[in-house]
Design a binder for this molecule. Structure first.
Ligand SMILES: NC(=O)c1ccc[n+]([C@@H]2O[C@H](COP(=O)([O-])OP(=O)(O)OC[C@H]3O[C@@H](n4cnc5c(N)ncnc54)[C@H](O)[C@@H]3O)[C@@H](O)[C@H]2O)c1
Length: 428
């Protein structure tokens, strides 16, 4: 993982060319996999969890000439669950039958999956994404990259570098920030950004307020490394905290609305009120972040994971001539005019794979690198500002050299970091 300190302009310059919903780049150097044909493409899955299973089924539904050939996970039991689950799918099992000797486990399993495949789905906890993506791009493999793409600034910079290399090589990089592939959201965004249906955007109120998620318990024979990876959501070094791991979906929509340009600074609050037990690792259960842009526009953001609280997820966009609710696909002008998206609503999860395989076969690679890095960094910035209680600039955050997690991955002890205390914790 790189520890170089880029300046902000370099980060933006190298990445801005790839902004947009599905930015296409010329194939300067054809990747090793077949393009422009209907040949069978070999698919590999790295990270055999719920999302990995879903993404494989989405990929097989999206393109009839794709076959799952290899899967890998740190834990054999997790990989075997998926191997068995795929066989239960009546419609897709014939293309999702993985031979026993193509089921890999351990920290290095990703290399074997990548080596066996033309196309890979990267769906581990985000801590590992930079290393996995770098290897896949080095091996010229097209990548479906689940969100978020990193948990710290060095990870974001490393992923941006891999995406820039992928662009030069003509490799497709499609992001799991799935709302970018939702037709209703796309049309709502088009009306706001292109038709200026609500005039100029003044501010955005964005929220991802939800309940609690799974916990996979503890076992006596688990090392602390195993315990943390099995319960990765609750460890900042693995998940990036829930603002990065989950609420990135909302921050990504605000970033899209702001033209995928980073903010100048962020001020944030956060803490944990329900997650007082050590089983919840070191993450918070609520955040509020105010992002300020060079244009003067503001994003007011909240996210919460607390049981028995009100759930709400949407972006309310306030403009000079009206307002929009993005997930509800509704626009209302100050003159009383109303619009609502009533078009087709295919699954965004399948649609992202339809576009992915279309791009591979047509030789018109998609590169979602810029926005997946910018949105991940936006979430990391919010966490950094909340953990410290300090107003932080984008420049400070994107150039941070703080890398989270152990230097080496072994099945031994790994300490739990203390829960951040604003005013005390330092992240820069
Ligand atoms: N786009 C979406 O809507 C969406 C929805 C859910 C999850 N996700 C994302 O997908 C990713 C996976 O989430 P999930 O819900 O499937 O979690 P999960 O815990 O169910 O699955 C992750 C799997 O990765 C394995 N793993 C951990 N470290 C590994 C490593 N170094 N190498 C190989 N395997 C490793 C784990 O053992 C686990 O089986 C996360 O980044 C998450 O944020 C995206």
């Amino acid at each position: 993982m790189t520890r170089e300190k880029p300046d902000r302009r370099t980060f933006l310059k190298t990445s801005s060319a790839t902004a947009g919903t599905a930015a296409f780049a010329p194939a300067l150097l054809a990747p090793a996999v077949h393009t422009g044909h209907q040949e069978m493409l070999k698919l590999g899955l790295v990270g055999c969890g719920g999302r990995g299973e879903g993404a494989v089924l989405n990929a097989l539904s999206a393109d009839a000439n794709v076959k799952l050939v290899a899967i890998g996970d740190t834990f054999r039991d997790r990989a075997l669950i998926r191997q068995a689950n795929f066989l239960k799918n009546e419609e897709l099992a014939s293309r999702a039958t993985v031979a026993d000797d193509q089921v890999f486990d351990g920290f290095e399993s990703f290399k074997k999956v990548v080596d066996a495949s033309d196309v890979v789905i990267l769906a581990t906890p985000p801590h590992f994404r930079p290393e996995h993506l770098a290897y896949a791009v080095e091996q010229n493999k097209h990548c479906f990259v689940e969100k978020p793409i990193a948990v710290d600034a060095p990870g974001v910079r490393a992923v941006q570098k891999s995406c820039d290399i992928a662009k030069e090589k003509g490799i497709s990089i499609v992001s799991g920030l799935c709302w970018r592939y939702d037709l209703g959201i796309q049309e709502t965004m088009r009306k706001i950004l292109e038709e200026k249906a609500i005039g100029e955007i003044v501010s955005i109120e964005s929220s991802y307020n939800t309940g609690t998620l799974w916990h996979r318990g503890d076992q006596e024979d688990w090392s602390r490394m195993e315990y943390q990876i099995r319960n990765w959501l609750y460890f900042n070094w693995l998940s990036g905290d829930h603002i990065v791991e989950q609420a990135i979906h909302s921050l990504d929509k605000t970033a899209w609305l702001m033209g995928d340009v980073p903010p100048v600074k962020a001020m944030a609050l956060g803490g944990r009120q329900q997650r007082t037990d050590s089983k919840w690792g070191d993450i918070f259960d609520h955040f509020t972040v105010f992002y300020e842009y060079a244009s003067g526009q503001r994003v007011y953001f909240t996210c919460r994971q607390q049981a028995d609280t009100d759930q709400h997820t949407d972006e309310l966009v306030l403009g000079t001539k009206g307002q929009a609710q993005v997930i509800k696909h509704r626009i209302k002008t100050n003159d009383g005019e109303k619009w609502r998206y009533r078009g087709p609503k295919p699954s965004m999860y399948v649609n992202e794979h339809v576009e992915f395989f279309k791009s591979i076969r047509s030789g018109q690679p998609i590169n979602n690198g810029h926005y997946m890095c910018n949105s991940t960094m936006l979430a990391i910035m919010g966490r950094m500002a909340a953990y410290t209680g300090k107003t932080l600039t984008w420049e400070e955050c994107i150039t941070s050299t703080q890398r989270l997690g152990p230097k080496e991955y072994t099945w031994g002890d790994v300490p739990t970091s203390p829960v951040a205390i604003p005013g005390v914790t330092k992240v820069l």
